[in-house]
Design a protein around this ligand. Structure first.
Ligand code: ARG
Length: 269
C-alpha cells in the first residue's frame, strides 16, 4: 500500500459565503431557526481556499448575490468536463435564480452553457470519474437529466439511486479519489445501484454511516491530497493507510445547510 500518489493540479470555481444563511429547509440538515455565525463561516471558507492554493490549485471566484444564501455551494451550479459546461436547473424554487449568475460567469469566461430541460444540480449529483459520469437521482436530479447529460457529453452516464434523505446529493455519499478509485457509503444507495458500484469499483473504499454523517464523503481529492472534514477522522485515517494525504478543513457552519467541502467547490476541467 505504499504506492506514491501523484496529485494533479485543479482549477476550482468558488463563491464567497458573504450572504450565507439558513433561511429555508430543503434537506434534513437545514432548520431555519438555526443561527449561522457568518464570520466563522467566512473564516472556515477562507481556510478552504488557502488550503487549495497552498497545494497548488487555482481558484476562480464568482461574486455572491444578496438573497441567495446557498450560492456558496458552487458545485451545484454546473458540471464541466472537457471545457463543456452543462448548466443546472435547481429543484428548489429558492435556488433557481442562482443559475443565471453562474451561467453569466461562464459566458464571460468564454464558455457556452447548455441549459438542461429537467432538474439537475451540477456536481452535486453528476460526478466525473475520469471515464464516465456517476449520476445520482432520487431526491434532486432526475433520470431525464442523466439522459440529457449523456447526450450532451457523449460519455457514459451511470444512473444511481439515492435512498437516504440525509445523503440527498451524490456528493454527500461518494467521492472520487483518483482516476482509479472512489470512496462511497453503500447504504446511501438502492441495492441495485450499490451492486453497480461494487462491479465498477471492486477496490473502492467503503465508508460507514458515521463517516458519511461526519461529512467525510463530501471531500475533494487531487489524487494525493484529500481535503476532508476533520470530523471524519476514522475515514481520513483509512485513506492515509492507503497512501493518500488527508488535509483536514472544518466547514462546520456549512453543515448546518447540508453542505461541506465538495459542495463549496466546482471543478473546471
Ligand atoms: N442547502 C443546499 C441545498 O440543499 C446545500 C447544497 C449542498 N451541495 C452539495 N453539492 N451537496 O441545496
Amino acid at each position: 500500500m505504499s504506492e506514491s500518489r501523484v496529485p494533479r493540479l485543479r482549477r476550482f470555481l468558488v463563491c464567497e459565503p458573504r450572504h450565507f444563511a439558513v433561511q429555508y429547509a430543503i434537506n434534513p440538515w437545514m432548520n431555519p431557526d438555526t443561527r449561522v455565525d457568518v464570520d466563522l463561516a467566512q473564516e472556515q471558507w477562507t481556510a478552504l481556499i488557502s488550503a487549495y492554493r497552498s497545494h497548488g490549485h487555482s481558484i476562480d471566484r464568482l461574486e455572491p448575490v444578496p438573497g441567495l444564501p446557498d450560492m456558496v455551494f458552487a458545485a451545484n451550479s454546473a458540471v464541466v468536463v472537457g471545457g463543456r459546461v452543462f448548466g443546472s436547473l435547481f429543484h428548489a424554487p429558492e435556488r433557481r435564480p442562482e443559475s443565471s449568475h453562474y451561467d453569466l460567469w461562464f459566458k464571460t469566461a468564454g464558455y457556452d452553457v447548455y441549459r438542461p430541460g429537467s432538474v439537475v444540480e451540477g456536481e452535486g449529483d453528476l460526478v466525473w470519474t475520469g471515464r464516465y459520469l456517476l449520476a445520482g437521482t432520487g431526491f434532486r436530479t432526475t433520470r431525464e437529466a442523466h439522459r440529457e447529460a449523456q447526450e450532451f457529453f457523449g460519455h457514459p452516464v451511470i444512473s444511481l439511486t439515492l435512498v437516504d434523505p440525509y445523503f440527498y446529493h451524490l456528493d454527500t455519499a461518494l467521492f472520487v479519489l483518483d482516476d482509479e478509485n472512489i470512496v462511497y457509503y453503500p447504504e446511501a444507495f438502492s441495492p441495485g445501484s450499490c451492486e453497480v458500484l461494487r462491479r465498477l469499483f471492486p477496490r473502492a473504499v467503503l465508508a460507514t454511516r458515521d463517516d458519511a454523517l461526519a461529512w467525510g464523503l463530501n471531500s475533494v481529492s487531487d489524487g494525493r491530497h484529500v481535503f476532508i472534514a476533520p470530523q471524519a477522522e476514522a475515514l481520513a485515517a483509512r485513506l492515509a493507510d492507503q497512501g493518500y494525504e488527508p488535509v483536514p478543513v472544518d466547514l462546520s457552519e456549512f453543515h448546518k445547510a447540508g453542505g461541506g467541502i465538495k459542495c463549496c467547490t466546482q471543478e473546471i476541467r
